[in-house]
Design a protein around this ligand. Structure first.
Ligand code: CP
Length: 327
């Protein structure tokens, strides 16, 4: 087995294989597919920064493959708070686990941890740096949403919107999209929260048509997929500074009707900020067929099941499994 620390570890061939396995895990007839192929295996689910969907979907995906989950949440609940190094923590935890998923607030921390680990480590988000499994489930969702409209990835016109400076999900997604050629990508943010140059350069060097802008009008009309993000207030030097940008770009039913293509798909890595002063994705969009945010979170289970299976070498077994949950 090997680590998944960065989307740089992933090739197009691997993505294609992973997505075939993920698709084979899709529930049918309303029933979740389940296998016991990882019976006896233990996932160390180490989340040293808040998480709902990444943490729970890693755990659920492992359970659906028959494995068990041991969980740590919060830095203050671990011996890291007593000054233990990531290396030592990894040595200890990898003795208790067959594979580890980890999130930590510091960029580079998951890689540092992996150097002490005797089992594969999956990056569940390291500060503002990367979130590779989110990028994989986002790409899986993009392809699925385009397929629902009889389109392919080559038809993609994608607008990334919001805090492109601090958002690790869009940083990882740009690196995945750089594996493709000739896509249309619009990067729309407040000027101060622009996509870091290294990711823009990656997209341009891949031959994509990249447009950078600061207004919704520059990003919405041509997009068939709109990827909204939250202002990452926890990455700013002060709450006052973050507040300058919260609510800067709002998407709601009226703005959608005014600016977007009628079948435009809206994605968001979530959580969306539901507080009035921020509220980048309004509840009045909830009933819209194009709102794909909970299809994204459902896809997260499938992609993480496929990842565990591929990293632990059981992907051929689960693809042919037919068993479903009976309740
Ligand atoms: N998208 C995402 O990473 O969500 P959580 O922070 O809830 O895991």
């Amino acid at each position: 087995g090997q680590h998944l620390l960065s989307v740089k570890d992933i090739s197009l061939d691997l993505i294609d294989e992973l997505f075939i396995v993920a698709e084979s895990m899709r529930p049918y007839a309303g029933r979740q597919k389940v296998t016991r192929v990882l019976e006896g295996a233990v996932l160390g689910n180490m989340f040293f920064e808040p998480s709902t969907r990444t943490r729970v979907s890693f755990g659920s995906a492992f359970n659906l493959l028959g494995g068990e989950v041991r969980e740590t949440t919060g830095l203050s609940n671990s011996a890291l708070a007593k000054g233990e190094s990531l290396y030592d923590t990894a040595q200890v935890l990898s003795g208790y686990s067959d594979i580890i998923a980890m999130r930590h607030p510091k960029a580079g921390s998951v890689k540092e941890f992996s150097l002490g680990s005797r089992v594969p480590v999956i990056n569940g988000g390291d500060g503002p740096n990367e979130h590779p499994t989110q990028a994989l489930l986002d790409l899986f969702t993009i392809k699925n949403e385009l397929a629902r409209q009889n389109k392919s990835i080559q038809n993609l016109s994608l607008t990334l919107l919001g805090d492109l400076k601090h958002g690790r999900t869009v940083h990882s997604l740009c690196q995945l999209l750089a594996l493709y050629r000739n896509l249309k990508i619009q990067l729309i943010s407040p000027a101060e929260l622009a996509m870091p140059t290294k990711y823009v350069d990656l997209l341009v060097n891949a031959g994509h048509q990249v447009e950078v802008g600061t207004t919704l009008e520059q990003g919405l009309p041509q997009a068939n997929i709109i990827y909204q993000t939250r202002i990452q207030e926890e990455r700013f030097s002060s709450q006052q500074e973050a507040n300058l940008y919260r609510g800067y770009f709002r998407l709601n039913k009226q703005i959608y009707a005014q600016h977007c293509q009628p079948d435009a798909v809206i994605m968001h890595p979530l959580p969306r900020d539901s507080r009035n002063e921020a509220n980048e994705l309004d509840n009045d969009l909830n009933a819209m067929p194009g709102l794909a945010i909970f299809r994204q979170t459902d896809n997260g289970i499938l992609v993480r099941m496929a990842l565990f299976a591929c990293i632990l070498g059981v992907e051929d077994i689960i693809q042919n499994y037919e068993q479903t949950v009976n309740w």
